[in-house]
Design a protein around this ligand. Structure first.
Ligand SMILES: [Zn+2]
Length: 126
């Protein structure tokens, strides 16, 4: 979910929480794929029939591909959430994640927010 849509629908804290949960779900998938990859690699020594080895090779390839995709997705979601969270402090009063959305500029991917504590406005880069 994009930052602007997330702030509009859920607020920043809920959006951030969901981004972290989704990213860590991808980390769990990465770990499962690593275990499946190890199991499939070990199974290559057991099978002697070429059809079984072919199926096992496909399992190795699928585990590796899905694991790499999940790892990449985990890192992208985590970095995006942290990038936004590092800009969520009000530069004027220092309040964290206490702001409302003022304006979203789709061309520049910057959003203007207003602090609920002191009404200071600043931009957050998406
Ligand atoms: Zn403030």
């Amino acid at each position: 979910m994009q930052l602007v849509d997330g702030i509009r629908r859920l607020g920043f804290r809920k959006w951030y929480e969901r981004e972290l949960l989704e990213s860590h779900a991808h980390l769990a998938l990465t770990i499962l794929c690593a275990l499946a990859l190890l199991g499939a690699m070990e199974a290559t020594q057991v099978f002697s029939d070429w059809a079984d080895q072919l199926v096992d090779a496909l399992a190795v390839l699928a585990s590796a591909a899905i694991g790499l995709w999940a790892l990449r997705r985990y890192l992208a979601l985590l970095m995006h959430a942290e990038h936004a969270a590092n800009q969520a402090d009000c530069p004027h009063c220092g309040a964290y994640a206490r702001f409302t959305l003022v304006e979203a500029r789709p061309a520049s991917r910057d959003i203007t927010v207003c602090c609920r504590n002191c009404a200071h406005q600043w931009s957050i880069e998406d």
